[in-house]
Design a protein around this ligand. Structure first.
Ligand code: URA
Ligand code: SF4
Length: 212
């Protein structure tokens, strides 16, 4: 079946992976995206040795991310930044990536509307995620939203029920799942959005507690 495995180099250093993913044809999503969006540590200060302890995994790059080539730089990223700040998590502790590395979309007039990746695409892209986990060796994984959580924890996992609770899997660091900031931005009412934002912040606080 479709898989990124033949495109993932044995050398799992981030620089090597980041270069290699440009050639990935592990599924069809590369065809309609601008570029692969690999994970990164946001390091505006140019720190030489950020101390990464948390790996955050979103779903897939959005429209902005596809254009800029960096994860969580659009509206969802702005909301996530605010929540991290509220939970007193330093961005230099966080490596952020996505379950799927190419933007999947459908045209709606002039807009490119986000389209949920299929299970096949999530599975195809998994070797990149595994290589990132191997490269970063995070102490904790935070899954943002159901796509990312179910990719790691299985399709029966319910973020709405089991968010904020540490999950243990053999061969992986502890995992905490929480809501996806993009889902919060789509909340039906402002009140819902506020409640969900609080949930996300509380789950991030729990992540912080697990680390200390
Ligand atoms: N949503 C995601 O899941 N990932 C991004 O990088 C941006 C928005
Ligand atoms: Fe490769 Fe993942 Fe892009 Fe598919 S989505 S082409 S598996 S990097």
């Amino acid at each position: 079946g479709e898989s990124a495995a033949p495109f993932v180099p044995e050398d799992h250093s981030l620089a090597v992976l980041r270069e290699a993913i440009k050639q990935c044809r592990g599924c069809d999503l590369y065809k309609h995206a601008t570029q692969a969006v690999f994970g990164e540590i946001e390091d505006k200060g140019g720190h030489k040795r950020p101390n990464v302890s948390i790996m955050m995994i979103g779903e897939q790059p959005g429209d902005r991310e596809d254009v800029e080539g960096r994860p969580f730089v659009g509206p969802a990223g702005k909301l996530l930044d605010r929540c991290l700040k509220e939970a007193a998590i330093d961005r230099l502790e966080v490596y952020i990536t996505n379950a799927v590395k190419h933007f999947k979309w459908e045209p709606r007039g002039k807009l490119r509307l986000h389209k949920k990746p299929s299970l096949t695409e999530i599975r195809a892209c998994r070797p990149w995620l595994d290589a990132e986990i191997d490269a970063m060796r995070p102490s904790l994984i935070v899954c943002l939203g159901a796509t990312s959580a179910q990719g790691l924890l299985g399709s029966n996992f319910k973020v709405t029920v089991d968010h904020g609770v540490v999950q243990q899997l053999i061969g992986l660091p502890p995992i905490i799942a929480t809501l996806h900031p993009s889902a919060i931005l789509r909340a039906a009412t402002e009140e819902d959005g506020q409640r969900q934002t609080e949930t996300l912040v509380n789950d991030l606080r729990e992540a912080k507690r697990v680390l200390s």
